[in-house]
Write a protein that binds this ligand. Sequence first.
Ligand SMILES: C[S@@+](CC[C@H](N)C(=O)[O-])C[C@H]1O[C@@H](n2cnc3c(N)ncnc32)[C@H](O)[C@@H]1O
Length: 272
Amino acid sequence: MSDIDEKQMILYAQMANLVSLILQWPDINLKEIAENFSKLACNAHTVCDGELRPLGTGLYPVISIINHSCLPNAVLVFEGRTAVVRAIQHIPIGSEVMISYIETAGNTMTRQKALIEQYFFNCACPRCVKMGQSDDVIESAILEGYRCKGEGCNGFMLRDSDDKGFICQKCGLLRDKEEVRQIANEIKTLSNKVENLAASGVYGGVHPLLGLQYYTCGKLEWFLGETYDAVRSLTKAADILRITHGTNTQFMKELLFKLEEARAEACYKEAS
Ligand SMILES: C[S@@+](CC[C@H](N)C(=O)[O-])C[C@H]1O[C@@H](n2cnc3c(N)ncnc32)[C@H](O)[C@@H]1O
């Protein structure tokens, strides 16, 4: 038994014990409960909102028969509590529909670790088999993402709740407007690089995270008064996300509404 298996087994046994303590049933079968936790972990999916923020965990029997690939041909999204699988490329008859269980924007080592720890398998998808090759090394560098530049801190920067700037989730460092501008440029450069990779087939063409990156970038550009750039980014976001998310969700309606608003503002600016 590997260290990971042992750690997970201990965790499930502890969780089963907790259930037993809460329920206080005389004939409770601890082994069965621990096994059920283990089955749940392998078969459940994280329910997310339109912007892929996790809301909870759900068990969907039909969805749980779908295998994983880090280069999937379909995506799993949620419309409220309803799970929807959408093709993101043409899937020939007889080919397996595959979704990603994890964040595909991680580098190969990070993805492999996540899959082993939660799903107990070694992924041999077309991206994972390239581990260590030059393509994989370049991809890792691109996927490092935006990190806090605070001394000694490597936390991630996220938009703060007031939408005034970016705040590090680890050390609390706040970035001012000029730095937000730099971040927008970095995201744009990153998105363009990811788009180039997508075009070369590494991401399979359409990816919800790429669409969300354009969406974030468009909102930032709009916030900075760069309306034409915002229209361009929001249009790219809409082109991708209408495939991965459909057009009927509240999230997409908001995006399309923002795009219309940005277009109207751009027209007004041009006319005045
Ligand atoms: C949600 S289930 C998927 C359906 C499962 N293959 C079945 O037949 O019921 C998740 C489990 O399937 C297996 N699995 C999924 N994708 C895989 C892949 N690409 N390679 C190997 N095993 C995979 C792993 O054992 C994982 O824990």
